[in-house]
Ligand binder design. Structure first.
Ligand code: FAD
Length: 381
């Protein structure tokens, strides 16, 4: 056990160095330009980080405690840039998890393996303009034809959407069955009829690409349907999205750490009334409250990922982790900004980016209130 824990420590250590040396120096530029960094994305793939969650036998890195290691990956990357971390999280988790769990050999060879090597970029599309929290009411339709399915519809808020080579698309094969009529399909973005509606401009996680997508008579072969066409896709999507909530909590945690570290440093550097502002009790209490929220988020997020590694059910824990870390991170970032006074509002200080980015974990993968609804059901309400 101990040598396995040493491996995990070593993993964090190497990753943290990469974040300090490669990601942090580019984070402001990427945010300012809403730029998806192909360079850093491929570099990280070359270091083997995309396969952290998967066993070696299926093309992954074969890490001990894979969910904990992926949680570390998300936390450390988000400490540098939550936008970049969100793009990596999509690649190494939701977009590839579906193929790993339910894809056939063709999908594994043509999409999963190239994604692990960083040669292909993946995305996951369930949300539609009129189906967000109520994802089961989505309208994108897949109609069975000879040799495959024809997909028509649209998706919105798809992360990695304009840069993706393949997308796991959730569509209905039988609208009369509601969420029980859904299936998962892999759509190759080179297929005729697929188009990018537009790249969405946003104030949060700006360097994570977000798109609106259109499907106009898009033919996908039978081999690209990750089911038998009779429904069952909702539960599969739900399984991938549940584990992903722990990683979204980790994104929040990493971002909150960056905000706390910056505020603590600033409290020692900035002087008013003849002494560093960190000597004023009001500022001290704010920093201690931030630390308390951070520790709470850290402990619960890693509790949830350890449970996932043990194979225990995580429905409640993943949702709670996202509430604790997501909402907590936003509060930590608000306090950090206030410690910077007027400078907090200036773009030259990254604390405004930390606050802007902190809104993403409270929405992506389901809003905080939807997480509360999930937990309420789990406790029998
Ligand atoms: C940056 C970003 C990236 C994203 N990436 C992806 C992606 O890669 N793939 C993807 O498929 N989706 C993605 N999403 C979509 C995201 O999952 C949805 O935005 C989220 O699930 C909420 O859906 P909505 O925006 O339609 O809000 P709505 O569902 O319209 O919710 C609006 C408000 O109503 C509340 N609400 C809704 N229903 C209830 C209820 N029953 N009880 C109480 N309150 C309720 C919500 O909590 C929220 O406050 C992304 C979103 C963002 C912002």
């Amino acid at each position: 056990m101990n040598h396995l824990q040493d491996d995990v420590k070593e993993f964090r250590h190497h990753l943290a160095r990469w974040v300090d040396e490669r990601l942090i120096p580019q984070a402001e530029h990427l945010d300012e330009n809403s730029e998806f960094s192909f360079e850093l994305f491929r570099e990280l793939a070359g270091l083997g980080y995309f396969g952290v969650m998967y066993p070696e036998a299926s093309g992954g890195t074969g890490m001990p405690f894979p969910y904990t290691c992926f949680t570390i990956l998300c936390e450390e990357l988000a400490r540098g840039s939550m936008g970049f971390a969100a793009a990596v999280c999509m690649q190494g988790s939701t977009a590839t998890h579906t193929i790993h769990e339910w894809g056939n050999d063709t999908l594994r060879e043509n999409y999963f393996m190239p994604a692990m090597r960083g040669e292909k970029i993946g995305a996951f599309a369930i949300t539609e303009p009129n189906a967000g929290s109520d994802a089961g009411s989505l309208k994108t339709r897949a109609v069975k034809v000879d040799g495959g399915y024809v997909i028509n519809g649209s998706k919105i808020f798809t992360s990695n959407g304009t840069v993706a080579d393949f997308i796991t698309v959730v569509a209905t094969t039988d609208p009369s069955k509601g969420s029980k009529g859904l299936e998962l399909f892999i759509v190759d973005t080179k297929t005729d009829g697929f188009s990018i509606g537009r790249k969405l401009d946003k104030f949060s996680v700006r360097c994570s690409d977000t798109a609106e997508l259109a499907f106009n008579d898009v033919f996908v072969p039978d081999a690209h349907c990750m089911g038998d066409g009779t429904g069952g896709g909702f539960l599969k999507a739900y399984k991938s999205l549940t584990i992903d909530r722990i990683f979204t909590a980790a994104l929040a945690l990493g971002n909150a750490r960056a905000a706390y570290d910056a505020a603590l440093r600033y409290a020692g550097e900035r002087s008013q009334f003849g002494k560093p502002i960190g000597k004023f009790q009001a500022v001290q209490f704010k920093l201690v409250d931030m630390l308390a929220q951070l520790e709470q988020a850290r402990l619960y997020t890693y509790h949830a990922s350890a449970l996932a590694d043990s194979g225990a059910p995580i429905t409640s824990e993943a949702a709670l982790a996202k509430i604790i870390a997501g909402d907590g991170c936003n509060e930590v970032c608000q306090k950090a900004l206030s410690i910077f006074g007027g400078y907090g509002l200036m773009n030259e200080y990254p604390v405004q980016r930390f606050l802007r980015d902190s809104y993403f974990p409270m929405v992506g993968g389901g809003t905080s209130d939807i997480m509360r609804m999930i937990v309420a059901r789990q406790i029998g309400l």
